[in-house]
Design a binder for this molecule. Structure first.
Ligand SMILES: Nc1ncnc2c1ncn2[C@@H]1O[C@H](COP(=O)(O)OP(=O)(O)OP(=O)(O)O)[C@@H](O)[C@H]1O
Ligand SMILES: [Mg+2]
Length: 352
């Protein structure tokens, strides 16, 4: 049934980005000066989860790379600090190196400046939190460094940034969900490479594209799940009932992958909510304070304050892992799917 499972991986780079011709053109246009060794525009790419922001940036840079070597870096910024982001940029630069974690940020920036003898494009992926840090200001001050920042909500992202950063972002690209036919085309291409020929019909692909409301990641994972179910059930080809049952498996898998991709503090908070089932904000903070010393013992991170915890909890909500209801002190949290197990083990509750 499945002939090449690699095409269902999230980091698979398709040869062609279907139905994103306009966005590829716009991004290539913004980066074009870099080919002529001139600093390129800064770009903001926004849109909901799973519609192809990361793949747009990677695909476009790879295409540019075919003409002329434009050095670039891809950095996932969620949970990272100013220092770790610029250290990673330096590490990925062809003339760069690994600096110790204790290196002051100004020294990292100075070294980055000293190696940039030509344009360097940095994808700041999962950059939703960057407008609240100094990273964007710093990046604007490194001559030759151009950024492609990736965020979920364009307006929210732009609201707090300084005029200087705003001016430097000359190109803003908004990606939206695909239409049903468009996503069915994308799925058809994956099926052509990944599945045995003729095991899925166009109607079934349309059905998947419709059910996932045009979100490419969900569509691709559902197609994969449908093929797995068909194989497990010893169906010679994908049946409608396999498609029906594929969505739940795909959703769970995406949630598990989302959880795994999150940094340590988010993992701690997810484990706390998971342990409780449903938990009020006050109780959650108490429990955090109670267990944090033990949980952070083996981690280079240190426990965080209440505001930062709220911030991480909203991220868990945006990633479809936790639900919150009510306002402020009355807010209650619960996990969306109990079967998505936390990655870290909670210390046992001490009896009162
Ligand atoms: N135009 C396209 N053609 C082919 N495949 C696509 C296209 N757009 C997205 N995909 C595929 O959809 C999946 C999700 O895309 P991607 O990881 O880029 O989403 P994202 O917008 O970055 O999501 P998130 O905000 O969660 O990081 C990937 O497997 C990607 O290859
Ligand atoms: Mg992404």
């Amino acid at each position: 049934m499945i002939e090449d499972g690699r095409v269902f991986r999230d980091d698979h780079l398709p040869r062609e980005l279907q139905h994103r011709e306009g966005a590829v053109r716009e991004l290539s246009g913004a980066l074009e000066p870099a080919i002529r060794e001139r600093p390129a525009d800064d770009v903001l790419v926004s849109g909901p989860s799973g519609v192809g922001k990361t793949v747009l940036a990677r695909h476009t840079l790879q295409r540019l790379q075919q003409h002329v070597g434009v050095p670039h870096a891809h950095i996932r910024c969620l949970g990272e600090t100013r220092g770790s982001i610029f250290r990673e940029a330096l590490r990925q630069h062809p003339q760069g190196r690994d600096l110790p974690r204790t290196t002051p940020v100004d020294d990292v920036l100075a070294e980055l400046r000293s190696v940039l003898d030509r344009p360097f494009v940095v994808i700041l992926d999962e950059a939703d939190d960057l407008p609240r840090s100094k990273v964007l200001e710093d990046a604007c001050r490194v001559f030759g460094l151009s950024m492609i920042a990736i965020s979920h909500d364009q307006e929210q992202w732009l609201a707090p940034i300084s005029d200087r950063v705003r001016r430097s972002i000359a190109t803003k690209i908004q990606l939206d969900r695909f239409g049903v036919d468009e996503l069915a085309d994308i799925l058809e291409r994956r099926a052509d490479i990944g599945l045995r020929s003729g095991v899925v019909s166009r109607e079934q692909l349309q059905r998947i594209a419709d059910e996932v409301a045009g979100v490419a990641r969900a569509g691709i994972q559902s197609l994969r799940a449908a093929a797995e179910l068909a194989r497990e059930r010893e169906h010679g080809e994908i049946r409608d009932v396999d498609v029906d049952d594929s969505f739940e498996r795909a959703r769970r898998r995406i949630r598990e992958a989302n959880l795994r991709s999150l940094p340590w503090h988010h993992q701690v908070l997810y484990a706390l909510v998971h342990e409780a089932g449903t938990i009020g904000a006050g109780e959650l903070h108490d429990r955090y304070d109670q267990v944090s010393e033990q949980l952070y013992e083996d981690s280079p991170k240190t426990p965080i304050g209440k505001r930062s915890r709220r911030n991480k909890l909203s991220k868990l909500r945006d990633y479809g892992l936790v639900l919150d209801e009510g306002k402020r002190q009355n807010r209650k949290y619960r996990v969306v799917d109990e079967a998505v197990k936390p990655a870290i083990e909670m210390p046992r509750r001490t009896p009162y």
